[in-house]
Design a protein. Structure first.
Length: 613
């Protein structure tokens, strides 16, 4: 029998106020008939994923040791009390760590920045121009998505995603619904998570093990969902609240499982039409039920990979490319330090008579030596030639540059590190930057496909369930919506395009002046200026609602033409009106004006004498 999926997971409300609502004791959680079979499945699959991950796990250990040590867990065990231990003793030269920071920050700023638009919604149909209502809805929906992303921890956790991606080549993110912030994101570190790909070679299964204290478990899952092991510590309070347990976490497609000893031999883990299921449980603990079981209609996690190979679940990144150079750099820096030590504190030789006597090579200290017979009593065993230091320093500098290139520092700091002749104009800067950014093209495309698009779709689905989006206008019904990204690569391409447009129109404007002065045809006649203005605005990311559609422009032009025609008609009739007004002031005698005389009317508006009434 499948467990009923919760409409709202307890962790969606996690926080101090939710924790304050928890009682001292609660009824025992209901035992799930299928839990034991599900528990066996979860533990067995996690163990299998651990075996498949083993080679990556060892590789990550070397990367963490030399580049990013605080984002890796070697073994997940509870109550170690060692989180504050020094983890970066192996790093003598921090070049790789700094370069990783430049790469991750530059990539986030160029692909998923919180300070500028990095995507917009559009239609996926070619040659489909949204009307005013559709364009307004697309812009409004885009702004609402930005508001939700900016009001949550999406960008702060995204910064951690890029550090993990650059270093380890892989970075998953959980995106949950949240009572306070609409969405809440969580980024597990390397060593905590396990991944598996489906038939389409995209990641579809996510397993994790991590440690939580008793207080965190109660806050996250609610006391009535907690097993007896956790309840006992909650009841004791005090220091017991800080006792840790290892929590297992699984998200995978909601396929049925075989049940042992059951008539139907089938377990539908989460009932309903859910595509994915999620289960939390205590790792290695026999409990009556899981901590949480839930279904999802869209995948609640996304995974960024720098590059992928065949059916590997994990990616490879710049950290792996720079690992050889980083290892060499640490070795050479140690040798350089040893070189300097041997110059300023060389190993010393001494006469055997000084064996029990005080000796020193410190400044200001005195060593008493008997030098009778011209013998040396205290001397350096060998003197280090300092001429090799420049060569060693030059080699270290070369290794540092190799590491910088592996992390694309020259791409993200192109202007500040540009060598040779400096660029002469904006177009040349755009072309140089675009040329370098092309190296990141495959990475950006993969990130948009595997991370950004599923993340935005997940956020949109949550917003729709919360009623935070306006209904689409009739013109968009049945029209597929597409996400258009404005990455640094596209910005570089657009900068080159807009610079080209500006230079072209500037040149044509000068040619136009010359043609008009010479009485020649104006070269502007070959340009569609309206369409050119739309292209220029689109390349600069100008909001669509600020531009009239072609139909609106046609209607506006027609109104202006009609108004101009009316003004021309009035201008043509103005002389006759003015002449009539002048005649009305000419007195021809008897109190009669010239106009009245011409029309045959009497003063005061009556008919002339003898006329008919």
């Amino acid at each position: 029998m499948a467990a009923a999926a919760e409409a709202v997971a307890p962790y969606e409300r996690a926080g101090p106020s939710f924790l304050a609502e928890q009682p001292l004791s609660a009824p025992e959680p209901r035992a799930e008939a299928d839990w034991q079979d599900l528990y066996v499945h979860l533990e067995a699959r996690l163990a299998s994923l651990r075996v498949w991950r083993y080679s990556w796990w060892g590789h990550w250990a070397r990367l963490a040791r030399l580049i990013l040590p605080y984002r890796y867990h070697w073994v997940i065990t509870a109550n170690n009390l060692n989180r504050g231990n020094s983890v970066n003793d192996a790093i003598i030269d921090e070049t790789a760590t700094y370069a990783m920071g430049v790469c991750s920050a530059g990539l986030q700023a160029g692909v998923m920045s919180s300070s500028r638009p990095w995507f917009k919604l559009g239609t996926a149909l070619p040659n489909f121009e949204p009307d005013a209502a559709a364009a307004a809805w697309l812009d409004d929906t885009t702004e609402r998505i930005y508001a939700v992303l900016g009001g949550s921890n999406f960008y702060t956790e995204g910064a951690q995603v890029f550090q993990d991606l650059v270093t380890f080549g892989t970075a998953p993110m959980l995106i949950y619904e949240d009572f306070e912030d609409v969405i809440r994101c969580y980024v597990p570190c390397a060593g905590e998570y396990f991944l598996s790909v489906g038939g389409r070679l995209s990641v579809d299964s996510f397993y994790r093990e991590y440690t939580y204290t008793v207080a965190q478990i109660v806050d996250w899952f609610r006391l009535d969902h907690c097993p007896q092991q956790v309840r006992q510590h909650w009841l004791q309070g005090g220091a017991s609240l800080e006792r840790e347990f290892v929590v297992g976490h699984a998200i995978e497609p909601n396929f049925p499982l075989a049940a042992r000893g059951k008539a139907d031999n089938k377990i539908a883990v989460v009932g309903g039409d859910f595509i994915y299921r999620e289960v939390y449980w205590l790792r290695g603990q026999k409990t009556e039920a899981e901590l949480s079981r839930r279904g999802f209609r869209e995948r609640p996690f996304v995974v960024a990979r720098w590059s992928k190979t065949s059916n590997d679940a994990y990616g490879r990144g710049p950290g792996m490319v720079a690992l050889g150079g980083t290892t060499q750099l640490q070795h050479e820096q140690r040798r350089k330090g040893e070189y300097i030590d041997k110059m300023v504190r060389p190993p010393m030789g001494a006469d055997p008579a000084l064996k029990m006597e005080p000796t020193s090579i410190l400044p200001g200290e005195v060593t008493y030596i008997n030098t009778e017979g011209g013998k040396k009593g205290f001397w350096p065993l060998y003197e280090v030639d300092g001429h090799g230091m420049p060569a060693l320093s030059a080699d270290i500098e070369g290794v540092q540059k190799r590491i910088d290139r592996a992390f694309f520092v020259d791409v993200f700091l192109m202007i500040s590190q540009m060598e040779g002749v400096q660029p002469r104009n904006e177009l040349e800067i755009a072309e140089r930057k675009g040329e370098k950014i092309q190296l990141l093209g495959p990475v950006i495309e993969l990130f948009e496909t595997e991370f950004a698009s599923p993340a935005i779709q997940r956020v949109v689905a949550i917003m729709q369930r919360r009623g935070l989006l306006k209904p689409p206008p009739p013109s968009l019904r049945g029209v597929p919506i597409a996400i258009e990204y404005i990455s640094m690569m596209k910005l570089a391409q657009r900068a080159a395009e807009t610079a080209g447009i500006e230079r072209t129109l500037g040149t044509v404007a000068k040619l136009s002046e010359g043609a008009m002065a010479a009485g020649l045809p104006n070269p502007l006649r070959i340009f569609n200026l309206d369409e050119g203005a739309r292209i220029y605005a689109d390349r600069l990311g100008y909001p669509a609602r600020g531009i009239y559609s072609e139909a609106e422009v046609t209607a506006s032009d027609a109104e202006r033409a009609k108004a101009a025609q009316q003004r021309q008609m009035m201008a043509a009739a103005l002389p006759a009106v003015q002449a009539a007004e002048g005649l009305s002031h000419i007195d021809v005698g008897g109190g009669q004006s010239a106009v009245q005389a011409m029309m045959g009317t009497q003063p005061g508006g009556g008919q002339p004498a003898g006329g008919q009434a």
